[in-house]
Write a protein that binds this ligand. Structure first.
Ligand code: SIN
Length: 287
């Protein structure tokens, strides 16, 4: 019913023939949702939508998060988190350095985000006009399947500690981020999640540790935990599990935060402008 073109990588598909500025009937919406569960990352090219439409389409999946970094939300639209290197009136219009390492959004919360909807307004380009600032996505379902069985058995039933503080301070370029406030710290205590997480919609096992926010394996000595996490992070970065998205202005891309992780590539700088806007879906407690 909808036209889906898989990327040919372990994950990712383009959905063609849909104009997100127009009303979508329920059957079409459900087909898009099913494609997301199947392909883990889906995207639509050449979209022209207003912030209200971005929010309204996102809300068809469920409730939206309001990011802990309120300083990076779009004025008048607290549901929209701005990812951009643009400075206006001497102030950054969003987060300048988000996601420069592998992570899934809000894995540091008790209920990590279900998925994120990312709209490319401005894409930086090199002097030949080639797009810069790609985003890489890894399939955590493919990564789990790719683990040797004895390691899968060792990990099943184990939990790992996820820490917003770890990612926050690691992420920031020098001077680009204020220190966390007491209120932000209170919203983001460390949390434990299962390392083998069951996808809440299709039951697939996912490898749910990420380089950005996973600090240690619960109940394991520091050295052993660091060595095992290092092994898992290297495994998750294997090229056969990755889809790399090259952005075009007007791309609207949805990623699943259980079945994928992502990493933004910072290979551009002003005056090359990158301006992206994200809504973030609320999720459920991992099991
Ligand atoms: C993010 O992690 O939300 C940002 C990803 C990107 O900028 O490509």
């Amino acid at each position: 019913m909808i036209d889906i073109k898989p990327s040919g990588a372990a994950l990712g598909a383009e959905i063609r023939g849909i104009d997100l500025s127009q009303p979508l009937d329920e059957a079409t919406f459900r087909a898009i949702e099913a494609a997301l569960h199947e392909h883990e990352v889906v995207f639509f090219r050449r979209q022209h939508i207003a912030p209200q439409q971005h929010i309204a389409f996102s809300q068809r999946f469920g409730e939206l998060e309001q990011h802990v970094r309120v300083d990076c939300c779009k004025p008048g639209f607290p549901e929209i988190f701005v990812v951009s290197n643009v400075i206006e009136n001497g102030k950054p219009i969003g987060t300048q350095d988000a996601g420069l390492f592998w992570h899934s959004d809000l894995s540091y919360m008790a209920k990590p985000s279900r998925g994120s909807l990312f709209y490319a307004h401005e894409v930086p380009r090199d002097t030949q006009g080639n797009p810069l600032g790609d985003t890489m996505f890894v399939s955590t379902t493919a990564a789990w399947r790719g683990l040797p069985e004895p390691l899968q058995r060792q990990l099943a039933g184990r939990r790992a500690v996820n820490s917003y503080t770890k990612g926050y301070y690691r992420d920031r370029k020098s001077g680009a981020r204020p220190s966390l406030t007491e209120k932000q710290k209170a919203r983001t205590p460390d949390v434990e999640h299962p390392i083998m997480r069951t996808h809440p919609y299709n039951g697939r096992p996912c490898l749910f540790v990420n380089e950005g926010y996973t600090a240690r394996i619960a109940g394991m000595g520091e050295e052993e935990s660091a060595a095992l996490l290092d092994q898992l992070f290297k495994h998750l970065a294997r090229p056969e599990f990755i889809y790399r998205h090259q952005w075009q202005e007007g791309d609207f891309l949805i990623w699943d935060n259980c079945a994928t992780q992502h990493c933004a590539i910072a290979d551009y700088e002003l005056p090359q402008r990158r301006r992206m806007e994200r809504t973030t879906l609320c999720g459920t407690a991992p099991f």
